[in-house]
Design a protein around this ligand. Structure first.
Ligand code: PLP
Length: 407
């Protein structure tokens, strides 16, 4: 008899965005003539930078001739891309990361979801709340949790984010082994300072723990004092893995390219006190289960680091940040407390009501789709997330409609 992995039965209903999609589909069926403006799911709307498109075309042409055709590439990514990443994203900021510590992949979603696989089933996992649901659900699937009680999985350590702590949770009160952090944060848009990250790095060093640091939104960081990578923090090379993605940086959500940094100095332990290199373990896992990102896509990603690519990415990010600024200003004018939108494409808004009710209100009265905060955890209740990924014209119209709806 083919039996299922019973941990899947613990998962809470469907994934947040399919719940939203169902309500949106029902709304569209009821009001087929209304033009919906979607500021919900975090998908980008603008085209790939021209430098990436040109690199893609050139690489596709190479694939058309026997003498320049490429088959399977190295599972970890081509050297040209790993070297550009190490130099431009890390060494240029004073972070000592080498090309062989970089694993190119097809997404930070897969990497941040898969990474837990190389650790024991009985480790203690800490997640911030609200949280990107992938970290939680993949640990549920792996059997590291019990059932849900009062909206939370038993066995997980939840680190509360709230208005009082600016959605930067405190260190755990009990010992934990694996900690998921995401800055700039999805969904709250909050960004940790160097001092705040240092506390986490020191905690991990003192507790033989590991930080999984998701920096998928790094490109949105504007304040000069903020760290772009956890490796800008002293000691992080020993205790942190970092996820990055070209998805939000350069519009690769449909093109697919990301990478994970696993320093050779990160260690994991056995009960008996033996130590293992996490880089070696991840390399084993990655080369067994993954067969590299396509050559043209890696060439397109490399183009992000060209002079033209850098200028085009800057313009792209600036465009979305301008939307974010506008959304935040409008919501504040309407009397709502907001965070985010300054170093992040997300604005986190205190809706002063149940978050699904506020979601329904904006959908029904303004035909605007946002994301209910409750979908990101218990601490998200009462909040909504509005995303800046859309045209400025749509953002303006959405905010005008919201203004009318909330009068
Ligand atoms: N990490 C976070 C925090 C995200 O919000 C997202 C996408 O929304 C991802 C990772 C996924 O990135 P990718 O497109 O590279 O899979």
């Amino acid at each position: 008899m083919i039996k299922i992995n019973a941990n899947y039965l613990k998962l809470q209903s469907s994934y947040l965005f399919s719940d939203i999609a169902k309500r949106v589909a029902a709304h569209q069926q009821a009001y087929p003539d209304r033009r919906l403006i979607k500021l919900g799911i975090g998908d980008v709307t603008r085209a790939l930078p021209d430098a990436c498109i040109q690199a893609l075309h050139a690489a596709v042409d190479e694939m058309a001739h026997d003498d320049s055709f490429r088959g399977y590439g190295p599972e970890q990514g081509y050297d040209f891309l790993r070297e550009a990443i190490a130099k431009e994203d890390f060494q240029a900021r004073g972070a000592d990361i080498q090309p062989d510590e970089i694993f190119v992949s097809d997404g930070a979603k897969c990497d941040s979801g898969n990474f837990q696989e190389i650790f024991s089933g009985d480790i203690k996992v800490a997640i911030t709340d609200p949280v990107y649901p992938v970290y939680v659900d993949t640990n549920v699937m792996a059997g590291r949790t019990g059932e849900v009680k009062d909206g939370r999985y038993q066995g997980l350590v939840y680190l509360d984010g709230n208005k009082e702590n600016g959605f930067i949770p405190d260190l755990p009160a009990e010992p934990v082994d694996l900690i998921y952090l995401c800055f700039p944060n999805n969904p709250t848009g909050a960004m940790a300072t160097r001092e705040q990250l240092k506390l986490w790095v020191d905690y991990a060093r003192n507790n033989q723990a590991l930080i999984l640091y998701d920096a998928a939104y790094e490109a949105f960081i504007q304040d000069a004092d903020l760290p772009h990578s956890i490796y800008e923090i002293e000691g992080a090379r020993e205790v942190a893995v970092e996820f990055r993605s070209f998805s939000k940086t350069a519009g690769f959500t449909g093109t697919r390219c990301a990478y994970t940094v696993v320093p050779k100095t990160c260690r994991a332990y056995t009960e008996g006190g033996k130590t293992f290199s996490i880089n070696t373990l991840w390399n084993r896992r990655h080369t067994t289960k993954f067969n590299s990102v396509s050559y043209p896509v890696q060439r397109a990603a490399e183009a992000v680091y060209s002079t033209a690519g850098k200028a085009q990415v800057k313009e792209l990010i600036g465009y979305y940040l301008n939307n974010a600024k506008y959304i935040r200003r409008q919501m504040e004018t309407l009397g709502y407390d907001c965070i985010g939108g300054e170093n992040s494409p997300y604005i986190w808004i205190d809706g002063k009501s149940d978050s699904w009710d506020f979601f329904d209100l904006l959908l029904n009265r303004a035909a605007v789709v946002c994301t209910p905060g409750a979908g990101f955890g218990k601490c998200g209740e009462g909040f909504i997330r509005i995303s800046a990924f859309n045209s400025f014209e749509n953002v303006q119209e959405a905010m005008e409609r919201i203004g009318q709806a909330l009068k």
